[in-house]
Design a protein around this ligand. Structure first.
Ligand SMILES: Nc1ncnc2c1ncn2[C@@H]1O[C@H](COP(=O)(O)OP(=O)(O)OP(=O)(O)O)[C@@H](O)[C@H]1O
Length: 936
């Protein structure tokens, strides 16, 4: 492996693209020789490896058995094969994947004394030696190696490297899956420094010590090596990519039946636990071998929870099934082989785990954008129409790729943001006095927190001290073991020493009741197994000895490298502000990239077909981007978009605009979904993470305006496309004319409207009527009414609104429904939504108006003061008579007060270039404009 840079990234991307490789679990079988005891009791060896892949049962005396006699696997090893051969011909390729950033696991499964530990000790040693050798040979890279060892015994997880014998709990981390409490940088053996020492010897000595630990036949042991590597040249510069993966060596407990070796009391309980884990494991393997259908019960045991990623997840996995050849063990041997047969069918999907710093990612994207931009600026000299088609195709692909990258970056940003939110929530737990106020304060929302703000909280000691050194610890109380020992709060405030009792509850300290339950469970399963799955073995419940977890391992480990990475993120104020800004920049560039399509330079020779196909492609790309931004895709309802009757009023609109516009996908950005009473436009962009007001259910002005802006941009974009089509199809002579000349800029466009104020009033009236017809949210109406008062720049928004409403009206009148994000919008649902909205507004009246104000309002609106539900009566009357401008103004002013339009508006002033806050003197003043918000 060379230095990790662009090539690695590309390789990685390729791998992700080809995506994570699916492969079957590698199943190896190892037959041990008869041991002394067996020889002494004249045992016969009934099994023989007849070639490299097949093992045969050769007891002719048992003819008539219903079981198969020959079993084939990836590799079988005879009794005289040394462990090195098992390693080199089987496990090695899987184990060493870890240095390429791929998680891997090697399991040993088999009955007691069949040779699991004997095999795993050797495999572990050989792997460690090779990994260290590899590290020594790659001076250009920096490695961090960590080592952990745990044991699962009686469903209790213990850290074998810690003197503290307290069982560890399993925690659910949304990002990392199941992690093991306290397996952190303190409890791991850091081997990073060993590179400079006699690393291999030292590492082997340390691992040897662990392996020498008395391992109970009834315990499962997992040794894990986590390795991170990055190019040395980038170290400390915060812009490198890092490969991070781990390899697990899993020595499972003996797989014999509980009834065979256990009787009562502690031993019985022990057996129950073993069987609980192993039976769950066998069930999981069996289900996985039949395909990934239905629920897989990973959570039923500690073992399977920890192993989940290795079983059908992101890991390469090998299982070594160890067998005793003795006749007396034939049933167990068969069970092991049947387990191995199931395991053969299980597939995993391993992928290279690359961790990229935000900085590196942003840089990478910027570079890519710059390259694409420069390519577009100098499109080269395509001479033929087909060249142009090819060029356009290429650009479309590039844009799609950029969309993907932006999506990835957005995902990362969101992830980081949710981490911050978790952190803040935790901090909130520690600061009771702040909890109720701060956690709800908008500033605590990471997305809105500036770098400075973050550092202030940090330096003021509010930040979680566990993060102060930039190191994550994964005992996040919010993802407590669902087995349910404690509430999140309890586990968080608990001192380490206190956790013992509670975590023992479902582990070693079980009561007699537990034991009975487990026994019942085991018995049931055994019976079920034996009746249902005869093929599994005549005793039913075959148990397994597999274990291991890859991504769990890699994921749970805290290493200096990822600690530094997190730290750098923290130092960057979690870099969210900056990241957000960069994302915005990228999007803007992306937008300009789209609009910088060399439409103007297209020769007349290009056919209309080609252009329209291009237009479709652009539309698709746009939609793709929209869905990226909104987190969902929109159905293309464009073809049904009706004209609104206002097209003709726009001088400068290209001929046929209405028709062609209708064919474009303008409306794919119009989100017809709505959340309860929110405005449909507003709800369209809620998913963007825009803040809603303190009143939760109300769409914020910010959200509303963002939605409008987006639609307006889309409208402009479509105009460009339509316009270019016009140029192409109808007006060859005018082709060289700039796209802008025909009305992209609303200012230009509107300046050509002879009497814009009159036109505005006409449109406004039409909008009022459509609002009423379509049961549009009154909050939406209010925002719109107050924001668009006739400024020339409002024309584009008026048009957007008219188109949207015309479409809705048409849809409703046909009895059709608009579907968006899984939500169906019908006339009836809109009616219900507006009713809910009115209810919500009526509730807000209590908060926003004093008793005196309310009284005044009731009187003004003719609501008897002794009547019931006066507030709802008032809310129901708002915006109920759109013919009456005074009524409209009064309604708008009341709603504005209820939704805090002014407060929100102030914050947005200037941000969107919408002149809603301070009317310009030169604008014509409409009668209603100055009288709005008498109550505001
Ligand atoms: N392939 C082999 N060649 C020679 N000896 C072996 C082989 N496999 C196992 N043995 C020996 O058999 C004995 C039992 O092996 P081992 O302890 O590895 O079994 P195990 O499956 O791990 O048992 P348990 O489930 O009890 O942990 C040991 O003394 C070991 O040295």
């Amino acid at each position: 492996m060379g230095a990790i840079g662009r090539e690695d990234l590309m390789k990685w991307e390729k791998m992700q693209g080809a995506s994570a490789r699916e492969e079957k679990i590698l199943v190896l079988v190892r037959l041990r020789p008869l041991n002394e005891k067996e020889l002494a009791s004249n045992e016969v060896s009934d099994w023989e490896c007849i070639n490299d892949t097949t093992i045969l049962y050769r007891n002719t005396l048992r003819e008539g058995s219903t079981f198969p006699n020959a079993y084939t696997f990836d590799k079988v090893f005879r009794g005289d094969c040394p462990t090195r051969q098992v390693y080199e011909e089987g496990a090695q390729q899987i184990a060493l994947s870890v240095v390429n950033g791929i998680n891997s696991s090697i399991f040993a499964y088999g009955q007691t004394s069949s040779g699991k530990t004997y095999t795993m000790n050797g495999i572990t040693e050989f792997t460690v030696a090779e990994i260290f050798d590899y590290i020594h040979r790659h001076e250009e890279r920096a490695f961090v190696v960590k080592f952990s060892a745990i044991e699962i015994y009686n469903e209790a997880v213990r850290d074998l490297l810690s003197t503290d014998n307290t069982p560890l709990r399993l925690l659910d981390d949304p990002e990392r899956g199941t992690i093991i409490e306290k397996i952190t940088e303190e409890t791991l053996r850091d081997w990073s420094h060993l590179k400079e020492l006699l690393s291999i010897c030292e590492a082997q000595r340390q691992i040897g010590e662990t392996l020498l630990n008395e391992k109970s036949s009834r315990s499962h042991q997992i040794i894990r090596l986590a390795i991170e590597s990055s190019a040395r040249e980038f170290l400390g510069k915060g812009n490198s990519t890092t490969l991070a993966a781990s390899v697990n060596f899993v020595d499972l407990a003996g797989s014999e039946r509980a009834s065979q070796s256990l009787s009562a009391g502690t031993r019985l309980k022990e057996g129950c636990h073993i069987n609980r884990s192993l039976l769950t494991l066998s069930t999981v393997i069996r289900k996985l071998s039949k395909g990934r259908h239905g629920h897989i019960n990973y959570r039923d045991s500690k073992l399977t929870r920890i192993l989940q990623p290795c079983l059908g997840g992101n890991a390469r996995t090998a299982i070594i099934c160890t067998l005793s050849p003795a006749r007396s063990h034939v049933e167990q041997t068969r069970n092991t082989l049947l387990f191995a047969c199931c395991a053969k069918e299980v597939t995993t999907k391993a992928q290279v785990n690359v961790v990229m710093s935000d900085k590196a990612l942003v840089k990478q994207l910027q570079k890519e954008l710059a390259r694409l931009e420069s390519e577009l600026r100098t499109p080269g000299p395509p001479s033929s129409a087909s060249d142009y088609v090819a060029l356009l195709k290429k650009k479309d692909l590039q844009i799609e790729k950029m969309d993907k990258e932006i999506r990835e970056l957005t995902k990362q940003r969101d992830l980081a943001q949710s981490r911050v939110e978790d952190l803040l929530r935790m901090v909130g737990n520690d600061n009771d006095s702040r909890q109720t106020t701060d956690s709800h304060h908008p500033k605590w929302q990471a997305g809105d927190m500036s770098d400075d703000e973050y550092s202030v909280s940090e330096s003021s000691g509010i930040a979680d001290p566990r993060y102060s050194n930039g190191v994550r610890k994964f005992n996040n109380p919010h993802f407590e073991d669902r087995d349910g020992e404690s509430s999140p709060e309890e586990s968080y405030t608990q001192l380490p020493g206190n956790s013992k009792d509670q975590s023992l509850e479902d582990t070693a300290k079980g009561t007699a009741q537990d034991t009975d339950d487990y026994c019942k469970e085991v018995c049931c399963i055994e019976m079920e197994e034996s009746s249902r799955d005869r093929t599994v073995g005549n005793e039913g419940a075959f148990s397994l000895t597999l274990n291991g977890d890859t991504s769990v391992a890699g994921q749970e480990m805290i290493t200096p490298m990822n600690a530094a990475r997190d730290s750098s993120r923290m130092q960057n104020g979690f870099a969210y502000g900056a990241l957000e800004q960069r994302l915005q920049e990228l999007r803007t560039t992306n937008d300009s990239l789209r609009s910088s399509y060399p439409v103007e330079s297209l020769p007349n020779a290009i056919s209309a077909d080609m252009l329209s196909s291009r237009s479709l492609k652009l539309t698709r790309s746009w939609s793709c981007r929209e869905s990226l931004m909104t987190g969902s895709s929109s159905p293309d309802i464009g073809e049904r978009t009706p004209t609104n009757g206002f097209e003709k009023s726009f001088p400068g609109r290209p001929e046929g605009f209405g028709r062609k516009f209708a064919l474009s996908s303008y409306d794919s950005s119009i989100r017809l979904s709505r959340n309860d009473s929110q405005s449909s436009i507003g709800s369209a962009v809620d998913e963007l993470g825009a803040q809603s007001t303190a009143d939760g259910d109300i769409t914020s002005v910010h959200t509303f305006v963002t939605g409008l802006k987006k639609m307006a941009r889309k409208l402009e974009f479509d105009k460009q496309i339509v316009n270019s089509e016009d140029h192409e199809t109808g007006a060859a002579g005018k082709f060289e004319k700039s796209v802008k000349d025909v009305g992209i800029d609303p200012m230009l466009e509107v300046s050509e409207i002879p009497d814009w104020p009159l036109e505005f009033e006409r449109q406004q009236k039409a909008i009022f009527e459509l609002w009423e017809t379509c049961y549009i949210s009154v909050v939406h109406r209010t925002y719109f009414f107050l924001l668009f008062k006739g400024d020339p720049t409002d024309s584009i928004y008026m048009e957007v609104e008219l188109r949207r409403l015309s479409f809705l009206k048409e849809t409703y009148s046909r009895g059709d429904q608009a579907v968006e994000d899984g939500q169906t919008l019908t006339l009836a649902s809109s009616k219900r939504a507006i009713a809910r909205e009115r209810q919500m507004l009526s509730k807000l009246m209590q908060r926003r108006f004093s008793e005196r104000e309310r009284k005044r309002l009731f009187e003004k609106w003719g609501i008897a003061l002794d009547s019931k539900r006066r507030r709802l009566q008032l809310a129901n009357r708002l915006w109920s008579n759109t013919q009456d401008m005074n009524h409209v103004m009064e309604s708008a002013s009341i709603v504005a007060k209820l939704v805090r339009f002014v407060e929100q508006g102030q914050a947005l002033k200037g941000m969107f270039g919408l002149s809603f806050a301070s009317p310009k003197a030169k604008r014509r003043s409409f009668g209603w404009k100055n009288s709005t918000a008498s109550l505001i």
